[in-house]
Design a binder for this molecule. Structure first.
Ligand code: FUB
Ligand code: ZN
Length: 653
């Protein structure tokens, strides 16, 4: 069974999709074409200097022989262009735009001209280092960039039937297949930054050519084996005294950073660079499904459990440290030094979707919801013009300014970044959010997300979903069936409402039973069936496992799918001195400030330490904690007003 067409009618998501189409896509186009002056932010005090402009399209023009000049910018910047193209492909589905499509067609033509005859395309190596192609794959990002093109080419072809877009992708994949693989005359390598694997799995589906799945499967299993490919290439460089741009950034070849410490099937914990890990897992889950590979599925499940039960922030963020933008160890979830890259939350969404496709279960779609409504969209300002790379759960502006270990924790979103991976990643996710609403199997349609839409399926089923989600928990489903032999309709009951929800079918209250977190409507008759799901939208206080030292004695405030936070703009400074009382009286009301999105804020009475002490240390004494109104706003909406402190986890009185 297939989802044919989806029209999103949702106020909340249509606003984000409009921002992507009307702000982000044109803005990024101007950036990659060097048409506007933007302030390009350096990621943190220790990284490469920010570039002053993108030069990404110019690099392609030079590679295509249309311009003279040298390569400029981040060496994996081609991927920015490809992510722009992918986001555009999705946006054109909900907002057809001839002018934009013409731009994208022209870009594809340029990419085709920049691509070499054998299918290779990476402007850094073509322009700077043609004799070093595929010689330093741990850090070169050639396979990462080409993976991003393959994803974009597939998406653009699916939207517009532009054959050239797909042909470039096929030529590229064939080039990689020609160079990498188990045969003795090929490189026994795999990407330093996983991405290609998941792209090849997509290409295999659209071309119905299993060679691409085989190549992805080979790379997945070759990773972490001995003789270690990255170590071999490092030795070759050393022997030939070759030093490259990224030599001094290259971690140990067998390091967890690259997920190259052992074969993936032997991994029990998610380690290393968080985006790399989550992209790798996305590819693994997709390839495991294509190959019916049970042990690979088991590995995905094990690593899924490890991340979501022990290494994920309540916002859906992953990556506990800036050092290597990486996972650290179980339950290590510091709130003010973490990384939680926007890309990592996007990547977790991709991974969760692939897990859901393997075997539908609300544990996956609950996480997609957590990511969609919290850790991903926090990466963009409410006006769609500024972006976070790092998404903290606690911020003190003075610490960010003066503590070098917190220089990556920004208080305000940036115009753009030297390493601009995050904004276009978010753009492609938001523009393709319709792909996360349903999962179909042979006999069941799973309603995964509560985002108002009208969707038709290839067996004559039409589902119209309407709600004021995430503000209201009442969701209406109007299901129309015409062909008989109708599938089951399974509706997710979110984990946060599992103890209190109500379902009415054609106005009749029913007593539901759940399977894997879904309620099944069976024996669907032809005609129209109305289902109303009512979820419990009471404000929740959530605690973390006591092994999370950063959160001991603290609570987070949640309502529906949203995580809330305290901001200085509402509450004044020194948020660490605030606490929620034992019996808070939560009140929800519409925020009346003139921010571009209207949201529900939460207030309650709480306490704040009355700090009358002047000594740094003094004998213990009970400090007065007068009542104080606490105001919480949705986490995604923080940092849209005067910069100040922010905190998700708050003391319990
Ligand atoms: O290496 C390419 C991208 O740059 C990664 O995905 C991000 O984490 C950033 O390091
Ligand atoms: Zn990123």
């Amino acid at each position: 069974m297939k989802q044919l067409s989806t029209k999103i009618t949702d106020t909340f998501w249509n606003n984000y999709r409009r921002l992507v189409k009307d702000q982000l896509i044109p803005y990024q186009w101007a950036v990659i074409n060097d048409e506007i002056n933007v302030t390009i932010q350096q990621e943190n005090a220790n990284t490469l200097n920010a570039s002053e402009k993108s030069h990404a399209i110019q690099n392609l023009k030079i590679a295509a022989g249309l311009k003279k000049g040298k390569f400029y910018g981040f060496w994996f910047q081609d991927s920015d262009v490809y992510k722009w193209l992918e986001a555009t492909a999705y946006a054109l589905r909900y907002a057809p735009d001839k002018e934009l499509q013409n731009k994208a067609d022209g870009l594809i033509n340029l990419i085709a001209n920049a691509q070499e005859a054998d299918g290779y395309l990476d402007t850094y190596f073509q322009l700077e280092s043609p004799d070093r192609k595929f010689k330093h794959v741990s850090m070169s990002h050639e396979l990462y960039c080409m993976g991003h093109y393959i994803e974009a080419g597939v998406a653009y072809y699916q939207t517009t039937h532009n054959q050239q877009a797909l042909d470039i992708a096929i030529k590229m994949a064939n080039c990689i297949d020609h160079n990498f693989g188990p045969e003795t005359n090929k490189l026994h390598g795999y990407p330093g930054h996983p991405e290609l694997e998941l792209a090849l799995a997509k290409l295999a589906e659209v071309t119905a050519d299993s060679r691409y799945t085989d190549l992805a499967a080979y790379m997945i299993d070759q990773r972490g084996t001995e003789p270690n490919f990255f170590a071999q290439q490092a030795l070759e460089r050393e022997t030939a005294h070759i030093s490259e741009l990224f030599n001094n950034m290259d971690p140990d070849p067998r390091s967890k950073y690259f997920q190259n410490q052992k074969p993936v099937r032997k991994m029990d914990t998610a380690d290393g660079h968080a985006v790399r890990m989550a992209y790798l897992l996305t590819g693994m889950a997709h390839v495991a499904r294509q190959n019916h590979d049970q042990t690979l599925i088991k590995s995905c499940q094990r690593l899924w459990q490890n991340i979501t039960n022990k290494q994920m922030y309540i916002t859906g963020g992953i990556g506990s440290t800036v050092a290597g933008e990486a996972f650290t160890f179980d339950y290590d979830l510091p709130n003010d030094t973490m990384y939680c890259e926007t890309c990592a939350s996007c990547a977790m969404t991709f991974f969760a979707k692939q897990m859901q496709e393997l075997e539908p279960n609300s544990e996956f779609t609950d996480i997609i919801e957590r990511e969609l409504f919290n850790g991903t969209i926090s990466g963009m300002s409410l006006d769609g013009k500024h972006f976070f790379y790092v998404n903290p759960l606690e911020v003190n502006p003075e610490a960010s300014a003066k503590d070098p270990t917190k220089s990556h924790v920004k208080v305000q979103r940036a115009d753009w970044f030297g390493c601009a991976c995050c904004p276009p990643n978010l753009a492609r996710l938001v523009a393709s959010v319709d792909q996360y609403l349903y999962t179909t199997t042979n006999n069941t349609i799973f309603c995964d997300q509560f985002i108002s839409n009208t969707t038709s399926f290839d067996n004559g089923i039409k589902i119209e979903q309407t709600s004021q989600y995430p503000w209201s928990g009442k969701i209406n489903f109007t299901i129309t069936a015409t062909q008989g032999n109708n599938p089951d309709i399974a509706i997710r009951i979110p984990g946060w409402s599992i103890d209190d929800y109500q379902i009415k079918v054609n106005q009749q209250l029913i007593t539901p039973t759940l399977k894997n977190g879904y309620w099944y409507l069976t024996d669907l008759p032809n005609g129209t069936t109305n289902v109303v799901l009512t979820l419990n939208m009471s404000v929740r206080q959530t605690q973390a496992n006591p092994l999370v030292t950063a959160d001991v004695g603290k609570v987070a405030i949640e309502r529906g799918p949203l995580v809330y936070c305290l901001e200085e703009a509402d509450n004044g400074p020194h948020l660490a001195q605030f606490s929620v009382t034992n019996q808070p009286n939560f009140v929800t009301e519409l925020d009346d400030t003139d921010l571009p999105i209207k949201f529900i804020k939460i207030t309650t009475h709480g306490q704040k330490i009355n700090n009358t002490i002047t000594d740094l240390y003094s004998a213990v004494q009970k400090l007065a904690t007068p009542d104080q109104t606490l105001t919480f706003i949705p986490y995604f909406a923080w940092a849209n007003r005067t910069p100040g402190e922010m905190q998700v986890w708050i003391n319990r009185a």
